[in-house]
Design a protein around this ligand. Sequence first.
Ligand code: COA
Length: 196
Amino acid sequence: MAIAIEKYSPEQLDPTVSVLADAFVTNPLHVSAFGPQRIDQNRLFFRIGLRHMFIGQAFVALVDGAVRGYVHFNPSPHCLPAPEEIPTAVATLLTPLGEAIPRVVKWFARWCHLDPDQPHVHLGPIGVSPKTQGKGVGTALMNRYIEHLDQERIAGYLETDRPENVEFYKRFGFVVQREEELIGTPTWYMWRARNQ
Ligand SMILES: CC(C)(COP(=O)(O)OP(=O)(O)OC[C@H]1O[C@@H](n2cnc3c(N)ncnc32)[C@H](O)[C@@H]1OP(=O)(O)O)[C@@H](O)C(=O)NCCC(=O)NCCS
């Protein structure tokens, strides 16, 4: 299996929406926000995200030439919207999400509130097509992010809603900073100290 990591291009929007929606449709936060098996809502969410919100550095993983994974990371302090920007985002970007909006707002308002003051590069989203998971694609995408952290000598930060992901991120030097329930779902906040 040939894995290539390259910069994301907007021409890859459609396959990347599919990869992310398929990867995240069963994630607990997405199920809490959108409902079970809501691939339609996840596609909308990621289409909005890819076009308007994931404005840092983004890479895709190509497996035998096809998009099978995506990673985005963004430096603080503008890695997430400021809490006061959320109402505008809801009124403009997020309207297609309909009845899920209150839960999505609660979710992102909490993440914005907890975003650390210390300089960091924020990871997310990272996702791999379900059929391709467990074959090293996520590791290849993470390595691209870690390389950036080490080159810039900056800390890393992320949120996750799956216990198996906590173990995955620990392999890259992340430690759990906080754990709590958010919209009915356990959520972990993880930090990777900057390399001296
Ligand atoms: C988390 C994720 C990006 C990892 O990508 P991946 O390509 O499966 O990762 P790798 O193959 O490089 O490494 C998998 C390792 O992580 C662990 N892992 C975590 N989630 C896994 C999953 N869904 N399937 C297989 N392994 C998983 C395994 O322990 C595995 O270890 P191994 O190498 O000893 O088998 C991917 O599973 C995914 O897209 N999950 C759904 C979306 C998601 O949760 N994204 C992260 C949100 S914070």
